[in-house]
Design a protein around this ligand. Structure first.
Ligand code: SF4
Length: 485
């Protein structure tokens, strides 16, 4: 086996599960396809010129050339270096968003994060970066540049206003202290021809190496200990009882709702509370409007007046049912031009949605914030848009609160799971569809990165996908009606 080298992604993976790291390095073919789509909502962040006149490393990231170029730039001047890289003598490597020389000597490291707050998981890759860069440079301070949620784009992006700077030197230094010993131990483990023993843990569900890790595949059923308890609690119980199968475990410390849910799963049955279902249905006011939005939330605001990570609706689908038992009609809007979708979408929505009647949505908070964001963008229509929030009825709640619950939901109240539980394969396209992917592709379109053929395909997928969500909601109200007595 050739010498192993580690990146920050490897480091985080190894901390989560050493077996996963072994599989990544020794059997790279065992990884399932997945992970980050090519284009994401944070694209463009790294291009922001936070430091005026920063020198950019042009060599491809993660290469020895990038590390050499960084060293040359660091030696040559006093400018900040963007996309800096460093490699240790053992070949471990890391990249940093900025490496900035300090007037009094030494350097500061900066990492851009596409979030408004500094989270625990930000520290681990930073500690690794600090460890790698410290092997070559004297790193004095480490900072996270996080998005300022209060920033509003007016004209050109103003990087100093869009980011907030947080110093994390102390915690990062402390976390980095154990890295050399840990990497040495990992090298020994990775040199073995069999993967280290790793019982199922909180990282197994999304693990890309699950297919190559037969014990986890066999021991964690789809609905398991890990579905009913927090990852940490579930992991502790698994370690004690050596099984994740709910049929084999003794009574667990579950809430009343979770206990009912597990019972329902054991019996392969249905929970239904007709009185509560009737109370839900009685709040509906006719005509009914079934509404769903597709949105983008770019980290770098694309449009005037928008904030970082603001949900920007670019499509809506609306089914309208005038009276009980009546037919439904459909209206919708998809913005197919490059540029701000909000004004045209708002006009079309307000023309279609009427002034009275319940607006049925699946997860009210999302639609509520869409209306608030649209209202900010169109002050002239703000009253009408905000009035929509008073008419929202959340269809998610009866399923989430287990007023109506099928064992086939397997602990989830997502539209996909509920749909599968009550309609089987009727809405198969919804099963396959992926809202997040549609959203990132639409963002790529707005950034001018799609050709005509790709645009056509995207628009046709979006029309099919968004319409389907609302159609499912129409049918779910019928399901509730059926179970109301
Ligand atoms: S499935 Fe679980 S135990 Fe197996 S490699 Fe992945 S995280 Fe580790």
């Amino acid at each position: 086996m050739s010498a192993v080298s580690f990146s920050s992604a490897d480091y985080v993976l190894g901390l989560q599960c050493l077996a996963a790291l072994w599989l990544k390095k020794r059997r790279p073919g065992s990884a399932a396809k997945g992970g980050q789509a090519g284009y994401w909502q944070g694209d463009g962040l790294k291009e922001i010129a936070y430091f005026k006149g920063a020198a950019r490393v042009e060599a491809p990231p993660w290469t020895p050339e990038a590390a050499e170029e960084t060293a040359e730039l660091a030696q040559a001047g006093r400018r900040a270096i963007s996309q800096a890289a460093a490699v240790t003598p053992k070949g471990d490597f890391a990249a940093a968003d900025f490496l900035k020389p300090r007037p009094q000597g030494g350097f500061d490291l900066f990492a851009i994060r596409a979030g408004a707050t500094v989270k625990e998981h930000h520290y681990l890759p930073l500690a690794f970066q600090y460890h790698i860069f410290s092997s070559r440079y004297s790193i004095e301070r480490v900072f996270i540049l996080r998005l300022n949620p209060g920033y509003v784009r007016l004209g050109e992006i103003e990087p100093r206003k869009m980011f907030r700077k947080t110093e994390v030197t102390a915690v990062v230094k402390e976390m980095a202290a154990g890295i050399p010993r840990r990497l040495a131990a990992w090298r020994r483990t990775l040199a073995r021809n069999t993967p280290p023993k790793a019982g199922p843990n909180q990282h197994c569900k999304p693990c890309l190496y699950r297919g190559g890790c037969w014990p986890a595949e066999r021991e964690i059923p789809d609905y398991s200990l890990f579905s009913v308890l927090s990852p940490e609690k579930a992991e502790a119980i698994y370690k004690k009882h050596k099984t994740a199968d709910l049929r084999e475990l003794p009574a667990l410390p579950l809430s009343l709702q979770k206990r009912d849910e597990v019972e329902c799963w054991r019996e392969g049955g249905l929970i239904k509370k007709p009185k509560e279902i009737r109370a839900f249905l009685q709040q509906l006011r006719w005509p009914l409007y079934f509404l769903d939005y597709e949105t983008i939330a770019p980290a770098v605001p694309l449009f005037e007046g928008a904030r970082p990570l603001e949900q920007i609706p670019f499509q809506f689908s609306l089914y309208i049912q005038e009276r009980p038992g009546g037919r439904t009609s459909h209206q919708g809007y998809l913005h197919q031009k490059i540029g701000d979708p909000r004004p045209a979408l708002t006009k079309s929505l307000l023309a279609a949605i009427g002034r009275t009647g319940s607006i049925i949505v699946y997860n009210r908070n999302f639609e509520k914030s869409c209306h608030e964001n649209l209202a900010e963008a169109s002050p002239g229509q703000a009253r009408a848009l905000l009035a929509l929030n008073g008419r929202l009825v959340d269809l998610f709640l009866p399923f989430q609160k287990r007023i109506l619950y099928s064992h086939l939901q397997a602990g989830s109240a997502s539209l996909k799971k509920v749909c599968l539980a009550f309609f089987g394969r009727k809405y198969e396209a919804l099963e396959i569809g992926n809202g997040a992917e549609a959203s990132t592709s639409y963002l790529a379109f707005q950034r001018g990165a799609l050709n005509k053929g790709e645009q056509k395909k995207l628009f046709s997928n979006l029309k099919a996908y968004c319409g389907l969500d609302t159609q499912v909601m129409v049918d779910l109200v019928k399901v509730l009606e059926k179970h109301a007595s």
